[in-house]
Ligand binder design. Sequence first.
Ligand code: HEM
Length: 329
Amino acid sequence: MKNISISLIAVLILAALPAVLSAAGLTGLITNILPYVAITVFLIGFIWRILLWGKAPVPFRIPTTCGQEKSLPWIKTNPAENPSGLPGVIARMAQEIFLFRSLFRNTDVAIVDGRPVYGSAKWLWFCGLLFHWSLLIIVLRHLRFFIEPIAPWIGALSAVDGFLEIGIPTLYLSDAAILGGLTFLFLRRVVVPQMRYISLFIDYFSLLLILGVVSTGLLMRHFSPADLNAVKTLALGWVTFSPVVPKGISAVFYIHLCFVFALLAWFPASKLMHAGGVFLSPTRNLVNDSRRQRHINPWNAPVPIHTYEEYEDEFRDKMKASGLPVEKE
Ligand code: HEM
């Protein structure tokens, strides 16, 4: 409970930040300085961590395999589960990145009559997928604030996302989906005792921060509308490096922004880095060719070896004398 409370307090402090800054006459800090600080921390931190992981040596083939390896021509292989070449690796990574293939295999264990029984557990996969895809769609839709004229595909994406035309303004499917997905992911850590036991501040904080961004966004769209023209002027000001402090934007918008900037700055330091790390996972991105090619550890320390041939040369006389068989006479 301590970790949940600290995370909640941290998010509430962030929510209060705009009010404190505006009382001190420092609203310009949020609109003109923090965006650049946040994006710089995000980019440098992200690249730095990727370079660090990229430099980690992987001398051996350690892909996890769950299908038949390529062997004799008449044995059917499973290239996506046990890739023997680049196309297999691409197919496998695509399944992992777009469909969370390994999470689909998630299992649950329950003790039935004193014995462990394993069963399929698809909720985590489903809600994880729901959350990530919705987030992507929302971020892509947000590009309308940063591009002028708005690219037609952004309009089309928004139209498809809101095609149910529920309410005014239309409820986006991605908004409902992200809220559902996030709520599941958060409650899973709070309600399931085993998950609560292993969950840390960083787990709750990331989820609550994203929940904060989403809920303030929804609040703006459906209950406390922001002046979208002013928002667009501000966003275009950021990308052209001439930010202007707009008048009359609602307080909720500033809270939304504070959450977004905190999320950007927090991203490289947190588990959210799995977004980049998934591409570097050697258990997924390596070709399984251990039987075709010998992989030698390049930094193996030279070890003095004494081959059997040398051994026999050394002891041949003695071996013969005691009646032991020798390979060379
Ligand atoms: C991680 C980045 C962000 C996420 C996940 C996010 C999420 C959301 C969500 C879920 C909504 C509800 C409505 C919708 O889906 O369009 C929303 C609305 C909104 N967001 Fe964001 N947001 C992000 C960044 C930003 C940024 C950088 C801005 C500033 C330009 C911004 C400005 C707005 C505005 C003005 C609305 C209200 C839109 C409307 O009334 O239709 N958001 N946001």
